[in-house]
Write a protein that binds this ligand. Sequence first.
Ligand SMILES: Cc1cc2nc3c(=O)[nH]c(=O)nc-3n(C[C@H](O)[C@H](O)[C@H](O)COP(=O)(O)OP(=O)(O)OC[C@H]3O[C@@H](n4cnc5c(N)ncnc54)[C@H](O)[C@@H]3O)c2cc1C
Length: 393
Amino acid sequence: MVGKLNIAIIGCGPGGLAAALFLNRQGHAITIFDQFSEPLPVGSGLLIQPSGQLVLEQLGLLDRIRALASPVQQLHGISVEKNRRALDMQYAYSSDARPALGIHRASLFSVLLNEVKEAAIPVVANSKLTGMDETQVSIAPVFEGGLVQATFDCLIDASGARSPVAGGQVKRLDYGAFWATVDVPEKYEILPAALDQRYFRASQMAGIMPIGLNPATGNPGAALFWSEKPENADELIASGIDAFRQNYCDLWPAAEPFVSQLQSIEELNLAVYHHRTGLPSSSNRLFYIGDSWHCTSPQLGQGANMALIDAAALAKALEQSSSLSIARKKYRKARMRHIKLYQVLSIIFTPLYQSDSRIKPWIRDMVIHNFARWPIIRNFIAKTVSGRLFLSP
Ligand SMILES: Cc1cc2nc3c(=O)[nH]c(=O)nc-3n(C[C@H](O)[C@H](O)[C@H](O)COP(=O)(O)OP(=O)(O)OC[C@H]3O[C@@H](n4cnc5c(N)ncnc54)[C@H](O)[C@@H]3O)c2cc1C
């Protein structure tokens, strides 16, 4: 093992918090820095795939997460133009048949952060990373205003898609989405344990998925989203909540009991999506995890899971290495194939669901969906969505 290290982690997302827990348990001294005055998760729901659940299991947190989440057995979608099923992926087709977990971001965050607090790992707020100073023997994060608080043996950049120190170009994707959290209504007619979607070609997409506890109400919750181009966001906001509800229900009438709960356009949050495949760090003292290394559209539901997997892989590499340089190589080797595969899949699949193309949604509905009914392909797709293809043990 490399010996006991003094490690700075930048970012309180799932990647940073999980890395802090793994490395603290190995005996390293950890300090987490985040830009927020009070660390808070932004957004609505996410899917924890079987791959991410394995990491939470290693941390001993899966039962707590499960208690706050909803099992999601299926990804399902209908193309409304011809009322044709365009997506039907069931987790039961994967080898261990483990469902995904739909969860509110705040629930995942609170379980990880509570564990960090219990381990007495310091979280330093109001610390916006702007750069770093590296020497032969140490590395120091530089915060807004040129502030350098301390030096460390290594720095883990878990600051997400807009990392100021990560390499590679970040591309903003044409489509993002408006997200909101609502309660699961008493009566409704959409699939209960599914991420269910409706598409008009690929230019309109509405989706709903169960996310366990709605932290705002304490009731069973659901995330709903509406695909939109960021440049059209102001127009959508200006047209008001009645128009939003109408458009949503025009595409998907059965969603009415969910959408009708929205009382104000302010309840919707716009998420802008990015794509980046950065190079792995070339410094022995700087490690990237999660979105700072590789971010994609959430269409495949892998980003938070990949961040958790990175955290586990980095901790394992440090534990099994006699120097930071060996750890860097081991970490890279453990993660590269998996990351590359999912980055490519995201580039291929995202435009089938979010783009102005007319050909790509046709390929989605007529070719891919029909092909995906063959048992061998169906099982392969289930394994892929579970996040377990090319995943190093
Ligand atoms: C709408 C939406 C839906 C999604 N759905 C899914 C899903 O279903 N499944 C899934 O796996 N993934 C999903 N994702 C992707 C997932 O949210 C991200 O991949 C994941 O959060 C990345 O985790 P991270 O720890 O790398 O970074 P983040 O979660 O982005 O956390 C970064 C942290 O760093 C802090 N920070 C940022 N910049 C600085 C700075 N300069 N200095 C200090 N601190 C900084 C931030 O405040 C934040 O706390 C979704 C994303 C979006 C936007």
